[in-house]
Write a new protein. Sequence first.
Length: 105
Amino acid sequence: MKTIKPIAITVGDPAGTGPELSLKVASTELLMPRTPVVLIGSAGLLRRVADHIGLEVEIRTVERAEEAKRQPGVVWVMDVPSTTRTWSPAASAKSAARHRWMPSG
């Protein structure tokens, strides 16, 4: 059986739309049905964002991307604690409004 390597995605600016968008991508089975996705960013930040947007996922940390598996309801994160600005719903909404491409809900 061929081993499928994970895709690693950085979450981007902690105060922007990146954390929300990356969580949605990593948790959507239809987008990545066979490929594990690993987010690179702050696990704590991603937990707060998931709670705020009502995304029912478990955030699990890994040391290496190869440890991630496709598992429904789980988002894998290589934890890089944020030392700069933090995410806020207001900042995310303002950024999304500027770009006008982020779906609501």
